[in-house]
Design a protein around this ligand. Structure first.
Ligand code: HEM
Ligand SMILES: N[C@@H](CC(=O)c1ccccc1NC=O)C(=O)O
Length: 279
């Protein structure tokens, strides 16, 4: 050490963590950084693992925020809900940028370890399915790959029994005087909502006079903003998949790109997109 080097102890920084909680203790880094176990010698498998693990961590935060936003909306606490929804959009922006790292992996590099993945696939991501269910895209057949995991199945079933984020927004809009169709308010929330003419006309009133419905207008635009980022995530995924495996079948057993392209057609908040056409 030269005399110019900074010594943290000189100004009292604590350096003895034998009996104190440290950075790594608080963040449980032993668990997180001890969870990368490539199954091959391929250099790029580490990238693949970390890409998915970080995605799952961000999804964990997205679920935390989306669930809290839904609870807040049910209690008429719209401002905190909007802050959380804005954060979820930023999380998806982060996930979208992350594809640029994965895209550095070429098809030849991927083939070095693809066979080691067996029949595992992102299709079996419980957190991803929970996000879809929370947002209202409720395909019950997607419970099947989780049948082996009682805890994930319990969480997904509980999610199907609860109103989706959009259901809560429609209920809020009704409480605030927009009069949503009673059939929609009393609908079976286990099923996916599809475009409803009465809901469309209710949103039309908001979009035709934003100044008189400012809060609902802002909330609706937060949802559109989020779905915009979510669509980009789906698009980045399918494009990366085509770039890396072309039109091969997926390890999860779907047609691969054909399945993912079909998913690009999902509309989470259909009336909020359709309202643009009738303004
Ligand atoms: C080289 C990289 C990747 C390839 C080749 C790939 C390939 C695929 C394929 C073919 C499917 C369709 C299901 C199947 O039959 O397997 C799928 C689904 C899925 N993948 Fe990926 N994937 C990649 C990266 C990622 C990443 C980084 C994530 C982030 C968590 C991810 C998450 C998912 C999810 C959530 C699904 C289900 C989508 C849905 O049901 O709509 N994938 N992937
Ligand atoms: N479905 C991919 C495999 C795959 O991407 C994957 C495998 C294990 C864990 C996560 C994965 N990522 C997304 O589907 C494939 O067919 O090559």
């Amino acid at each position: 050490m030269t005399s110019n080097d900074y010594d943290p102890t000189a100004e009292g920084a604590e350096t003895d963590f034998a009996r104190r909680m440290s950075y790594g203790d608080y963040l449980q880094l032993d668990a997180i950084l001890g969870a990368q176990h490539p199954l091959s010698d391929a250099h790029d498998e580490m990238l693949f693992i970390i890409q998915h693990q970080t995605s799952e961590l961000w999804m964990r935060l997205a679920i935390h925020e989306l669930s809290a936003a839904r609870r807040a909306i049910a209690r008429d606490e719209v401002s905190p809900a909007m802050k959380m929804l804005a954060r979820v959009s930023r999380i998806f922006e982060q996930l979208n940028s992350a594809w640029d790292v994965l895209r550095t992996m070429t098809p030849s590099e991927y083939t070095h370890f693809r066979s080691k993945l067996g029949q595992s696939s992102g299709f079996q991501s419980g957190q991803y399915r929970l996000i879809e269910y929370l947002l209202g895209n409720r395909n019950h057949a997607m419970l099947k790959p989780h049948a082996h995991d009682a805890e994930v199945t319990r969480l997904l079933e509980a999610e199907l029994a609860a109103p989706s984020l959009y259901d809560e927004v429609l209920r809020l809009a009704d409480r605030k005087g927009l009069t949503m169709p009673s059939a929609v308010l009393a609908r079976d929330v286990r099923e996916t909502h599809s475009l409803n003419e009465g809901v469309l006309q209710a949103w039309r009133r908001v979009y035709e006079a934003p100044e008189t419905h400012w809060m609902l207008y802002e909330l609706a635009e937060k949802l559109v903003d989020f779905e915009d980022y979510f669509r980009r995530w789906r698009f980045n995924h399918v494009t990366t998949v085509e770039r890396v495996i072309g039109f091969k079948r997926g390890t999860g057993g779907t047609g691969g790109v054909s399945y993912l392209k079909r998913m690009l057609e999902v509309e989470l908040f259909p009336e909020l997109w359709r309202v643009r056409t009738i303004l």
